[in-house]
Design a protein. Structure first.
Length: 361
């Protein structure tokens, strides 16, 4: 199997926490789609021959900022008919009945809605373009229009956020009965407005105790509601795990199109230049502007270890790994189930440390 990711970097405005490659040069949207289509043609031999494309994912940025006619041109150039899952990331403020109808006609069958919070004060602080009422409205609209695979994003450990406020966000999300929920602990990335506010002492990190309590509350409430905790940040009703994101965690080859997009063929990784004009100019000239690294066997193992321990399946419990993991097995941060080493909730709280200790040198 194989996967395709298309990076759509356009945003109407930037969120205060976001460090992903993005741009507000909205006048470049149509020509950028032209370039992404052409890149797909230039890289037709990248994915393993004979491997069907199982998933297509439109990420960003804000893919819902792309006009229907341009989005249709892009998807018409891709093997949508053979994909089992076609996802678009969407901002609630962009989601209209007309767009939702057009997306379904294009073959999009999964929505990833960037809600982040149902608290208007938190949304304003994050510089989100929507309010809680709008988020609730479009979730219901998408459901009424027949979308049966909907994911919503939530963030926690926000400045001045209480455990009670986080519980309210979780409960509100559960009230919709969506099939998938992705959650992210706020991180302060260098160069973002939020990072600068912290540097000035205007905002502060949530304490580790509070962030861990929020995560524990999240895991327990979603478990009670019937969601599978299949990856550190992701929860799904049975059968609705993100097939595309799972391809990253299980080593499936994927092709990344667009400025800043990454690709992986099983042996090497490459990434396109994260510059809009340089990317478009190079593609027009018939070249893909990328850098590439070939992974050594040790690097491949360490990457597999890192990704596997983020999932509920864990990693095969070899003798060497069991020896290294013994201190964490003794404290319950790791456990063995059916011959595989898996991280517990307590282990996830210090997962980066665990992974570092288990890596090969």
């Amino acid at each position: 199997m194989a996967a395709i990711y298309i990076h759509i970097p356009f945003c109407y405005s930037r969120c205060s926490y976001c460090a992903f490659f993005s741009t507000t040069e909205l006048q470049m949207r149509s020509v950028y789609i032209d370039a992404a289509i052409r890149e797909y043609g230039l890289r037709s031999g990248y994915l393993p021959q004979g491997e069907p494309v199982r998933t297509i994912y439109l990420g960003g940025g804000t893919p819902s900022q792309i006009a229907n006619r341009d989005l249709a041109r892009l998807l018409n150039a891709l093997p949508v008919e053979q994909a089992e899952e076609v996802t678009i990331e969407a901002n609630p403020s962009d989601m209209t009945e007309a767009k939702l109808k057009a997306w379904r006609q294009m073959g999009i069958n999964r929505l990833s809605i960037g809600v982040q919070s149902f608290n208007d004060t938190k949304l304003a602080f994050l510089n989100r373009r929507h309010g809680s009422k709008q988020a609730k409205k479009v979730i219901r609209l998408a459901q009424d229009m027949g979308y049966t695979n909907i994911s919503i994003d939530l963030m926690y450990a926000l400045p001045y956020q209480t455990l009670e406020q986080w519980q309210e966000d979780i409960d509100q999300a559960l009230s919709f009965g969506v099939q998938h929920i992705s959650t992210y602990c706020l991180s302060y990335e260098a160069g973002t407005p939020l990072y600068n506010l912290r540097a000035k002492g205007i905002v502060h990190d949530a304490s580790d105790d509070l962030a861990n309590a929020m995560y524990a509350c999240l895991c327990e409430r979603l478990k009670q509601a019937g969601y599978s905790h299949y990856e550190v940040s992701n929860f799904a009703l049975p059968g609705y795990e993100s097939r595309h994101n799972s391809s990253y965690w299980d080593g499936t080859p994927y092709l990344g199109l667009g400025a800043g997009a990454h690709s992986y063929d099983g042996r090497s990784r490459q990434w396109n230049v994260a510059n809009l004009k340089r990317y478009i100019s190079a593609i027009i000239g018939g070249k893909v502007p990328y850098k590439r690294e070939v992974l050594t066997p040790t690097e491949q193992y360490n990457e597999r270890l890192m990704l596997a321990l983020r999932t509920c399946r864990g990693i095969e419990a070899t003798d060497e790994l069991l020896r290294k993991a013994r201190p964490y097995l003794n404290t319950g941060r790791l456990y063995v189930d059916n011959g595989r080493i898996i991280a517990s909730i307590e282990g996830i709280n210090i997962l980066n440390t665990i992974i570092t200790d288990l890596m090969q040198e």
